[in-house]
Write a protein that binds this ligand. Structure first.
Ligand SMILES: [Zn+2]
Ligand SMILES: [Zn+2]
Length: 331
């Protein structure tokens, strides 16, 4: 069981016409998610939505109210990616505001999974089992997950595909869309070039915190590294991240992320030299920590699998033929 956060939402004005709406989350180590309200046509464009959970709409309305706004002012919902904390409340917000949703078309990693949560969770448990997670640990995870959804109020499709070339017109100027897959296949960042503002979603956070969706694209870690290059080429004064405070040093952050990915890849590569191992067995080496449990194990396993995939792509690692559960060795 997770302990529900008792924190309340709030709004911070970043610059005139742009508010950070800090919405609480019930997740370990991730106390809140940011939505951003950007003044536009007598209202606001709302970037990201918060997670669908009891009280979520009240929390959003509380934050909007602090900014002198209400749901009726939302002219458009834009999602940086289809994860539940950024997209979960899209449907009820659109309904209350009577507005459109714009999001990248590669959202099946969430929208297809959320259509049938039981099946999607079973698929994850099967990946865990294949990756060497002990049966009793998988059983515990299954028990903890029983009856729980994805944090998505309702699957809603975008009215418009959020792709490069689509412009988001606001009182602060026009925002450009850049595809930044890696953290999630549907991930985009929004850039306002004249003001040097970047709404970075979960692609770039104030502290390095790596997560990739596994199983929807060939090499999520490699895609993430390429997406860092995309953002590195932009003029950015201020990063408005999906979690945590706005931060200044975009290029420093990008370098720190590249460094962290490189270090973790190297740890996995070095650990593989000790002989064939399952992805599960490699998790402590990848984290340079004890074997985690619960959600942290799930995240650690996913990350390890992504590094193995990346090393496989580079020709540095390979699956051991016929091993059950799946084992990895240097290529
Ligand atoms: Zn995310
Ligand atoms: Zn997030």
């Amino acid at each position: 069981m997770t302990t529900r956060s008792r924190e309340l939402s709030r709004a911070d004005r970043i610059v005139p016409g742009l508010w950070r709406l800090r919405l609480p989350l019930p997740w370990p180590g991730v106390p809140h998610v940011n939505a951003f309200a950007i003044a536009a046509i007598d209202g606001v464009v709302l970037v990201d939505t918060g997670l669908h959970e009891p009280g979520a709409m009240r929390q959003l309305e509380r934050a909007l109210d602090q900014a002198g706004l209400g749901l009726e002012h939302v002219r458009l919902v834009v999602c940086t990616h289809a994860h539940s904390d950024h997209y979960g409340q899209a449907a009820p917000i659109m309904e209350r505001a009577g507005c459109e949703l714009w999001m990248h078309p590669d959202h099946a990693h969430m929208t297809r999974a959320a259509e049938d949560p039981e099946r999607a969770f079973e698929r994850r448990f099967e990946v865990a089992r294949q990756s060497g997670v002990p049966a009793e640990v998988v059983a515990e995870a299954r028990e903890a997950r029983r009856g729980r959804g994805f944090g998505i109020a309702e699957i809603v499709m975008p009215d418009r595909d959020l792709l490069p070339g689509v412009e988001i017109d606001t009182d602060l100027g026009v925002w450009q869309v850049y595809e930044t897959p890696g953290h999630a296949p549907s991930h985009v960042v929004l850039h306002q070039p004249e003001r040097g503002l970047l709404v970075s979603g979960d692609h770039l956070l104030g502290r390095v915190s790596l997560y990739y969706d596994y199983g929807y694209s060939p090499d999520p870690a490699g895609e993430f590294l390429s997406s860092l290059d995309v953002v590195d080429a932009l003029d950015v004064d201020l990063v408005l991240a999906g979690h945590g405070r706005p931060v200044r040093d975009a290029h420093g952050l990008i370098a720190a992320n590249r460094g962290a990915v490189g270090e973790r890849l190297e740890r996995v590569r070095r650990a593989l030299a000790d002989g064939p191992q399952t992805a599960y067995e490699l998790v402590p080496a990848m984290l340079d920590a004890e074997m985690p449990s619960g959600m942290m194990l799930n995240w650690g396993l996913t990350e390890t699998l992504c590094y193995l995939r990346h090393l496989e792509h580079e020709g540095a690692a390979a699956r051991v033929d016929g091993a059950e559960p799946e084992q990895w060795a240097p290529a």
